[in-house]
Design a protein around this ligand. Structure first.
Ligand code: FAD
Ligand code: SF4
Length: 399
């Protein structure tokens, strides 16, 4: 008897540059480059929002909307602030992600790690790979702050005979991955999620650097940090900070990808373990353990990190409500006023988990308005219940 060929194997991925099924909303997650395009209608985060089903499948239950912490941060067992006692030089923060990936490979828990190196010509052009050595993982450290087609590697999983895999990725990539996970022939999949917001195409990134940094061509790294400033690092080791409130929002209004303007998975709800910074004190990373698999991953790195409990200070609500029209109209403050505002906000503004909620509220209200205006027919099905509840705390313009 011949084994049946799975239906998706007869499909063919689209050549790069071709329009994808989600059209303008495509985040270039990479699924449609492969024969898994066969499942795009169910799997694509922008064609089929299915948090409830996927959370239940991955974590055994949906997030509890009556508990504020879960409504915001998703299903989780614990949250902690952490940093590596010996940080990795050149990592985005202290290198917890790269260290954990190396450890999982060394301990033979996985045979490969999906991560994002950069192309040889351009430090910010993403090049997803399945790394099979610690050196390849370390070469993928630091963010490539652009849309990255991580799931282009899906066909290589079977071709390479991988049975145990770690995937590092942002929310839209992980939603599509979870939807096709059972078709990959894996015995064990580990998912290390990064929070993600306001991502851009490579061209959009250039516009952001050109309008924001004093020396766009020498930027090697940047991050929007908890002190309400964008921190740039340059090739010569110097740093540059620009207050959020001084960003040229009028010029940057269209720079973010439409996918990211309509995304509500900021904190990567379907990962096993999330490593970001937004809920932690300045300089620390923020770890969210979602399930048993995430806890096992956390345990592997425990002897390489120091930790402290997460804290929450301030009240974000008035600041969020006031920022809604500013975001909407693309208001830019003169630099002296932006700096002053930054100093005041840093002193009395939201900190820790309250800062994370500030950022979620600001982005979800903005994205809700964007989706309502540009994709009204999709609004109801596309916005997950938790995001609707978060947005309903604020008064939005009627338009
Ligand atoms: P490192 O050890 O330096 O490893 C970085 C990892 O990121 C590498 O494994 C690499 O494979 C992966 N990576 C790089 N670029 C991409 C990409 N484009 N897509 C997918 N994976 C990639 N955290 C927050 O708390 N709030 C945010 O708003 C936020 N936004 C982010 C936006 C983007 C586009 C990315 C990639 C990450 C974002 N993060 C955010 C996560 C945060 O910036 C750090 O990546 C995370 O804390 C890990 O730091 P690290 O030093 O441990 O990582
Ligand atoms: Fe395909 Fe991914 Fe684009 Fe959706 S976001 S259309 S799944 S490449």
């Amino acid at each position: 008897m011949t084994a049946q060929i799975p239906a998706h194997k007869k499909a063919k991925g689209l050549p790069r540059g071709n329009v994808r099924p989600a059209k303008d909303l495509c985040s270039d997650c990479g699924l449609c480059d492969t024969h898994f395009i066969h499942y795009v209608k169910e799997a694509c985060a922008f064609l089929n929002q299915q948090f409830d089903q996927l959370e239940t499948r991955v974590h055994g239950r949906q997030r509890d909307l009556d508990q504020e912490q879960e409504m915001y941060f998703g299903v989780h067992q614990k949250m902690v602030a952490a940093r590596k006692t010996e940080p990795i030089e050149g990592a985005q923060w202290t290198g917890i992600v790269s260290s954990l990936a190396c450890k999982m490979l060394e301990e033979k828990l996985v045979e490969g790690v999906v991560c994002v190196q950069n192309s040889p010509e351009d430090r910010f052009q993403p090049m997803p790979i399945i790394a099979t050595t610690p050196a390849e993982i370390l070469a993928a450290r630091v963010n490539k702050p652009t849309l990255s087609p991580n799931l282009t590697i899906l066909e290589q999983i079977e071709q390479g005979g991988f049975k145990k895999l770690l995937v590092i990725g942002v929310g839209c990539q992980i939603q599509a991955l979870r939807a096709v996970q059972d078709k990959l022939g894996l015995e064990k999949l580990y998912v290390l999620g990064l929070p993600c917001v306001d991502n851009v195409t490579r061209a959009g990134l250039q516009k952001f650097l050109d309008t924001t940094s004093r020396s766009p061509e020498t930027v090697v790294y940047y991050e929007f940090m908890q002190d309400f400033k964008v921190h740039f690092k340059h090739e010569d080791g110097s740093t540059e900070t620009v207050p959020f409130f001084g960003l040229k929002t009028n010029q940057l209004k269209d720079v973010f990808a439409p996918s990211c303007m309509s995304c509500f998975d900021y904190t990567n709800g379907l990962a096993d373990l999330v490593v970001g910074y937004m809920g932690a004190p300045f300089g620390w990373q923020w770890l969210v353990v979602r399930n048993e698999t995430g806890q096992a991953m956390f345990d592997l790195i425990a002897d390489q990190i120091e930790t402290q409990s997460v804290d929450s200070k301030g009240d974000r609500r008035a600041a969020v409500q006031n920022s809604i029209p500013a975001y909407d109209k693309g208001v830019t403050l003169p630099m002296w006023a932006a700096k002053l505002m930054g100093v005041v906000i840093e002193k009395i503004g939201p900190k820790g988990l309250e800062y994370a909620k500030f950022s979620i509220d600001s982005h979800f209200t903005r994205n809700y308005l964007y989706t309502r205006r540009n994709y009204p027919e999709k609004l109801d099905a596309h916005v997950p219940a938790f995001a609707k509840k978060i947005v309903s705390q604020y008064k939005l313009p009627e338009d």
